[in-house]
Design a protein around this ligand. Structure first.
Ligand SMILES: *Cc1c(COP(=O)(O)O)cnc(C)c1O
Length: 381
């Protein structure tokens, strides 16, 4: 089955008992047992729920993995994966990854003596040098959030394998429609399904997909033991969102490509980050490992523009956190998504105060361009 079909018919398609084409929402906490130990496969909804099951099977098929797991948020999913590690272990992470992933490592897992180190995962020598005896995993995002750095997934997972480490990819920006890390040797994929997979800014959810029975048993144990599960209604809502992923992303990308070309020519833009542009340093590599550039664009405003005024003057483009919804969203990483990263470190990473990140929606692209144009005109000092 091709992915466009799998998005609609993958996992558990409809309801075999009634013929309903939409998976039922099993809004139940528990299940009747005939007698001791005799049940129909479900005992308690933290452990398993049929609606969540349908979603978990769907994401596993979409990513080409062994099993999938649904959590109440992307951070709950990432946290569940990080609890695979023990005190004394260390993980290597890409520079400028999602601020929340940095925060949970920096402020929560360090108290349990699980350490992290930021490395340029695209610099093979630096990566090799950072692999000390206590390193257990490499966590990457590609493209990174918000600076769109591209990492060679296949190369990193190969290096990881040679050193007995697991590779974890946060695939939120790409989704399996554009990029399938497990096929490139990765062990675990994590998603904030709040973003493109849900796609309508009406849901917070996280997903994990693993490549082996061994990891599947571990993550299932952690999911049930720690309990950060996705509820039945949100599981259903996410299945519903996933059905239209291919048409949404095709339009997201078409719009983003036009906006990036427009911004590239604008005198107001000092620096532009979009992997779909030929002069982006990761353009060739990204094309090899992903089917499309996605629809996230970051840019630095020139000095002669008032950034607060620019944000205030936008009409259709909503200023706020998050990304991946049908509506265009503009974020100020230094104070919003990446506010948890200390100022000096942010500067070093390139997350400067004049940087904005645009999640290009599926509105009419000419409307989006004129919205930006008129806000820039008004923000000129
Ligand atoms: C939003 C986001 C997360 C966190 O997900 P939540 O659903 O907000 O908890 C993790 N990684 C990336 C890349 C994100 O954009």
């Amino acid at each position: 089955m091709k992915i466009e079909t799998l998005l609609i018919h993958g996992g558990i398609d409809g309801d075999e008992h009634t013929g309903a084409v939409s998976v039922p929402i099993y809004q139940t906490s528990t299940y009747k047992q005939a007698t001791i130990g005799e049940h129909k496969g479900y005992e308690y909804s933290r452990t398993g729920n049929p609606t969540r099951d349908a979603l978990e099977k769907l994401i596993a098929e979409l990513e080409g993995g062994y099993a999938g797991f649904a959590f109440s948020s992307g951070m709950a999913a990432m946290t569940a994966v990080l609890t695979l590690f023990k005190s004394g272990d260390k993980v290597l992470i890409s520079s400028n990854m999602y601020g929340g992933t940095f925060r949970v490592l920096d402020k929560v897992f360090t108290s349990f003596d699980i350490k992290y180190e930021i490395v340029d995962t695209n610099d093979e020598q630096e990566l090799l040098k950072s692999i000390s005896k206590d390193v257990r995993a490499i966590i990457i995002e590609t493209p990174t959030n918000p600076l769109m750095d591209i990492t060679d997934i296949e190369k990193v997972s190969q290096i990881a394998k040679e050193h007995n480490l697991i590779t974890i990819v946060d695939n939120t920006f790409m989704t399996p429609y554009l990029q399938k890390p497990l096929g490139l040797g990765v062990d675990i994929v994590v998603h904030s399904a709040t973003k493109y997979l849900g796609g309508h800014s009406d849901l917070v959810a996280g997903l994990v997909v693993v490549n082996s029975e061994e990891l599947s048993k571990k993550i299932h144990f952690i999911q049930n033991a720690t309990g950060g599960i996705l509820g039945p209604f949100d599981s259903w809502l996410l299945i519903r969102g996933i059905k239209t992923l291919s048409v949404r992303l095709d339009r997201h990308i078409e719009n983003a490509q036009s906006l990036a070309e427009y911004l590239g020519k604008s005198a107001a833009v000092a620096k532009l980050y979009y992997p779909g542009l030929p002069d982006h340093p990761g353009n060739e590599l990204h094309k090899r490992q992903a089917k499309g550039p996605g629809a996230m664009i970051s840019f630095v405003l020139e000095e002669g523009y008032d950034i607060c005024r620019f944000l205030r003057e936008l009409k259709y483009i909503t200023v706020g956190e998050s990304l991946g919804g049908v509506e265009s969203l503009l974020t100020h990483p230094a104070t919003m998504t990446h506010g948890a990263i200390p100022f000096e470190l942010r500067q070093k990473m390139g997350i400067v105060d004049r940087l904005v990140r645009l999640s290009v929606g599926i509105e009419n692209k000419d409307d989006l361009i004129s919205d930006i144009q008129s806000a820039l005109d008004k923000a000129r000092l």
